[in-house]
Design a protein around this ligand. Structure first.
Ligand code: URA
Length: 178
């Protein structure tokens, strides 16, 4: 990927100091569905692949629940390197890194975008609202439908929210069927 090549051995922000691997994104570059998370966690930093930890296993099941395989969607994060202590990325880190996410989404040009968690949803959509307010509808970003939903890590801590997450997945499936 030319975008990956341009990132190179990125030192554009401070997150490069603590990282093991830059986590660019995985999956099909002709995917109908792009899924966007926040930032790599511990296991992602070690492997270079997004969503491979506990929440990744749940995300893989969520993808399967709408009849897709993990390798036919595209999965990435707003920020490509792990923030120390799993803190939220800073506004400066987002400002530095998100242009690469934007180009990834524009290049793949999927049918649907799913943002998981408040952080990624607010970032892509430029909103300052709760997850509960953002989810439950289809937003638009550069003419692409965007469906915000709960982060799988949140669903693991709060299984009651899985009912709403299932509704969000059905919305995505319906958009993909059009
Ligand atoms: N959480 C995220 O938001 N992204 C990952 O890649 C892993 C966990």
């Amino acid at each position: 990927s030319p975008i990956r090549a341009e990132l190179g051995d990125c030192v554009r922000c401070g997150l490069h100091e603590g990282r093991k691997k830059l986590v660019f994104g995985v999956g099909s570059e002709s995917a109908d569905l792009v899924i966007i998370g926040e930032a790599p966690g511990h296991k992602e930093d070690l492997t270079g692949e997004p969503f491979v930890g506990k929440s990744g296993q749940l995300l893989t099941r969520m993808i399967g629940a709408i009849g897709l395989r993990r390798d036919e969607v595209y999965i990435c994060n707003v920020v490509k390197c792990r923030p120390p202590n799993n803190r939220d990325p800073s506004p400066e880190e987002v400002h530095t890194c998100s242009p690469f996410l934007i180009r990834q989404v524009q290049t793949i040009n999927p049918r649907v975008v799913m943002t998981v968690g408040k952080f990624a949803s607010q970032c892509l959509l430029g909103l300052d609202e709760s997850m509960g307010r953002m989810r439950g509808k289809t937003h638009q970003w550069e003419n692409l439908p965007v469906v915000p939903s709960y982060h799988p890590a949140y669903l693991l801590r709060n299984p009651v929210a899985k009912r709403d997450a299932w509704e969000d997945l059905l919305r995505i499936r319906a958009l993909l069927r059009r």
